[in-house]
Design a protein around this ligand. Sequence first.
Ligand SMILES: *[C@@H]1O[C@H](CO)[C@@H](O)[C@H](O)[C@H]1NC(C)=O
Ligand SMILES: *[C@@H]1O[C@H](CO)[C@@H](O)[C@H](O)[C@H]1NC(C)=O
Ligand SMILES: *[C@@H]1O[C@H](CO)[C@@H](O)[C@H](O)[C@H]1NC(C)=O
Ligand SMILES: *[C@@H]1O[C@H](CO)[C@@H](O)[C@H](O)[C@H]1NC(C)=O
Ligand SMILES: *[C@@H]1O[C@H](CO)[C@@H](O)[C@H](O)[C@H]1NC(C)=O
Length: 506
Amino acid sequence: MHLLSASCVCALTLASALLCQVAALETVTGLYGETLAIPCNKGAMKAEDVFITKWKYDKGDGLSGDLLVKQKNQNVSISATDEYKGRVSLAVNSSLLLSSATLADQRTFTCMEVVGADIAEYPVNVVVYKFPTELEISEQSEELEIGKLTKLGTCAAKDANPAANITWLKNNKPLLADGNEISIQTSVLVDPVTGLSTTTATLEYSAEKEDKNAQFTCSTRDAAGTELLSTPVTFTITYSTENIVLSVIAPGPLVEGDNVTLKCEADGNPAPTSFNFHLKGDVVKVENGDTYTITNVSRDTTGEYKCSLIENPSMEASEDITVNYLDINSSPSGNIVKRAGSPVIKKLSQQLSDDGLHEVLICDVEGFPKPVVSWSINGTLLDESAFVNGKITHKIKVVPSANLTVSCTVSNEFGSDTKPINVSSLNWKVRVDKQDQSDDSDQTKLVVGVVVGVLIATAVIGLAYWVYMKKSKQGSWKTGEKENGSSEEEKKLEEKVEENSQKAEV
Ligand SMILES: *[C@@H]1O[C@H](CO)[C@@H](O)[C@H](O)[C@H]1NC(C)=O
Ligand SMILES: *[C@@H]1O[C@H](CO)[C@@H](O)[C@H](O)[C@H]1NC(C)=O
Ligand SMILES: *[C@@H]1O[C@H](CO)[C@@H](O)[C@H](O)[C@H]1NC(C)=O
Ligand SMILES: *[C@@H]1O[C@H](CO)[C@@H](O)[C@H](O)[C@H]1NC(C)=O
Ligand SMILES: *[C@@H]1O[C@H](CO)[C@@H](O)[C@H](O)[C@H]1NC(C)=O
């Protein structure tokens, strides 16, 4: 890379005329530590045409130092006494060869040529570049915590000239400082001896979950645009638990006697490995495990269960456990309430429809979910209590006609249960016996009633006959036809009366 800057160089020579040349100050670039060839007049002159070639350099403060002189057909004479002694030589094309270039060589070197009667000077500006040999990431963070600005590492480009520009990259994409989630602090340190610059760029980075496998590198580009890349680094991304889930592991709907396992899972990196299980009041700490098993569950196991993080109890999850069960709780015989009234025999039929005579059977049941209650006989449902705490009371009214064994059956989808109960018909039988007796007396009454009825009927007929006879005697003046007709009716009536009186005699 040759930078050209226009300047007027006036060289005053002792020997001859004043020459003032307008020339572009040429710049040559050399690489640090290597041999630099500084051209004289761009190599335009042929060596055989040049009478004298002389190289000198600008010492600063208007002083100059001689390096070497070559006269035509003579050997090169090295006149350098200082730092250039042993480092300078002349190429065939009159270029000054300067070995082991350092930053101190960044100055103006001037070539003076005598060609014929002309004396010309060609100053050349020298720039020495040094690229960093490698980029190194140091002070690397062990892990990155999500959402927390953390010093990820420091990238160093050592001993460069000019100072290297460092770019941090994530997955080969440049990271730009935003003062919030990405912060890059760059500093340049110049070595007082060599003058070389060491650039460091410290990246502070607020990681995201997706950075789990992200590759971080730093890079710089040399003057030719060639990229120098560091070895990539990756980080463990840590984050605290955001989600916690409690699951209930059971083969199916729980019934008494089953085992049930509580499993607590929490995310985070590293994920927690120990948990507190809250078992209806009790807290059990499980270390290096995430499950807790409750064996032989009972209806008392039903309730709310929780798990939480030991370090952060506010991270918790809960789940309900329901244990299903079924049984008939109270004594299988239940309660028999006999409410037979005294043998108010005469009014028995009315008392039957009253509530005074029946038996009430009570079936107390416990079960979950709500069981269905049925009886082996048909009765009148008196009452079914509300279903509270898995308990239910079922009452029916029965009127047994014989000694019975009645059973109460309860069932839900987890099973069924049956209990028998002996219901005695003792009182009922007594009442039935009395009813039979009353039927007998009614029959007697009926027989008596029939006899009385016959007697009354006979009397009525007799009275009617008497009235008739009386009337027919009064109507004797009537026509013969009529009289004949009447006499026939008379006969029939007489026959009837005869019949009735015969019956009456019976
Ligand atoms: C002059 O010669 C040197 C060494 O042989 C070489 O490196 C340089 O490129 C030459 N310069 C020109 C201008 O030809
Ligand atoms: C399960 O619990 C019941 C009542 O708590 C008990 O009677 C039974 O023996 C237990 N069974 C086992 C296998 O522990
Ligand atoms: C209950 O009554 C129904 C008809 O009402 C009858 O079909 C059933 O057999 C009766 N059950 C018993 C146990 O008497
Ligand atoms: C009914 O049971 C009672 C006592 O349990 C007994 O005295 C009576 O004879 C029984 N009645 C019938 C009809 O079996
Ligand atoms: C019902 O009566 C029978 C015989 O009368 C007896 O064997 C049985 O134990 C009784 N059942 C109950 C529940 O009392």
